[in-house]
Design a protein around this ligand. Structure first.
Ligand code: GNR
Ligand code: NI
Length: 172
């Protein structure tokens, strides 16, 4: 098990569009280890989701667990949203944009189809925070961050705030 470094905004590598996973690669030990390491990194943060893009792996998969007791770890490989209904506003945060929170409007309920970590296809109906998290992680796979939904001015304020926070951390 290993903790993985998480890329932070405005790192340009967060903008790379991830490529589909070759399902045959799910038999590889390194990919299975990476799933485990991503869960460990996410739980330690703590966070409710982590996309491969955030750990500098530009392939289409993510891990999610929205429970309080780590009881429902989900791996989504090559996820696709097949239905969307309604709208919800949720105050989002992101491990790649630490300490920043903002309201984002997304679909209220979705159907997502993906492969699990063993290559088995599954379909999940999600609403509430799980639906938010799936959409947030899939944005990462397309090189998109929740701060992209803010105005350019607010996004620039976020960039400056993070730069200042980093400077203080390194000076301490
Ligand atoms: O841990 C996380 N919490 C969260 C809260 C509201 C909306 C989305 C999220 S995802 C985030 C972890 C993360 O950055 N995943 O990419
Ligand atoms: Ni995120």
């Amino acid at each position: 098990m290993a903790m993985l470094p998480i890329l932070e905004f405005p790192d340009p590598r967060l903008r790379i569009k991830a490529a589909p996973v070759d399902a045959a690669r799910l038999a590889d030990a390194w990919l299975q280890q990476l799933f485990d390491d991503m869960f460990e990194t996410m739980y330690d943060a703590p966070g409710i989701g982590l996309a491969a893009s955030q750990v500098d792996v530009h392939q289409r998969f993510m891990v999610i667990d929205v429970t309080d007791d780590k009881s429902r770890p989900l791996v989504f490989v090559n996820p696709q949203i097949t239905t969307r209904q309604g709208e919800q506003v949720y105050q989002e945060g992101c491990l790649s944009v630490p300490g920043i929170y903002a309201d984002v409007t997304r679909s209220d309920s979705i159907t997502v189809e993906a492969l699990d970590r063993h290559g088995q296809p599954f379909t999940l109906e999600a609403d509430g925070v799980l639906a938010v998290c799936v959409q947030h992680e899939m944005d990462h796979l397309d090189g998109k961050l929740f701060v992209d939904y803010l105005s350019p001015l607010k996004r620039e304020m976020v960039r400056k705030k993070l730069a200042k926070a980093r400077k203080q951390t390194s000076a301490a």
